[in-house]
Design a protein around this ligand. Structure first.
Ligand code: ZN
Ligand code: ZN
Ligand code: ZN
Length: 153
């Protein structure tokens, strides 16, 4: 889980660097995602924003804000689940690599991981042998996180 205060202040700085205005609503959407620490649909994000905001947020603005934050590498869209998750590297200063995602089937917690390029290449070779080209470079894998795993004994 990210340090919330730090993540928000670094995100604000990153937006400024990219010429993105960090408006109250944009900040609110990002805050909801960071606090949730799980994958949320646009609808769930809108509901959470409404619950703590003073005015209702139209679905269209939620989608626009999500797109903007995604382009700014502050959040990611899980394509298969069509859900959003805050980037676990918000507070980092290193260059953002292509991330792969592990999604907990039980609590929806998402881990962002780096796969070595050999593994990604191997996947591409296997896909192309099966006649698949331009495969998505973003993997989304379901499983059980460390908290949800039933203890093995
Ligand atoms: Zn990320
Ligand atoms: Zn990082
Ligand atoms: Zn879990």
């Amino acid at each position: 889980m990210l340090d919330y205060e730090k993540a928000i202040s670094v995100a604000e700085q990153k937006c400024a660097d990219q010429g993105i205005r960090f408006t109250r609503r944009r900040k609110q959407v990002l805050a909801v995602l960071i606090k949730a620490d799980a994958a949320l649909s646009a609808y769930e994000i809108a509901e959470l924003c409404d619950a703590e905001g003073d005015s209702k947020m139209p679905a269209m603005s939620v989608y626009r804000i999500l797109e903007l934050l995604e382009n700014g590498n502050l959040i990611h869209r899980l394509e298969l689940a069509n859900k959003y998750v805050s980037c676990s590297h918000i507070s980092c200063s290193h260059k953002h690599e292509q991330s792969q995602f592990l999604i907990c089937d039980s609590c929806r917690h998402v881990e962002e991981i780096d796969l070595c390029s050999e593994a990604v290449d191997a996947l591409r070779v296997a896909a192309s042998a099966a006649g698949f080209n331009s495969i998505s470079s973003q993997l989304e894998i379901k499983g059980w996180c460390g908290h949800c795993q039933p203890s093995r004994n």
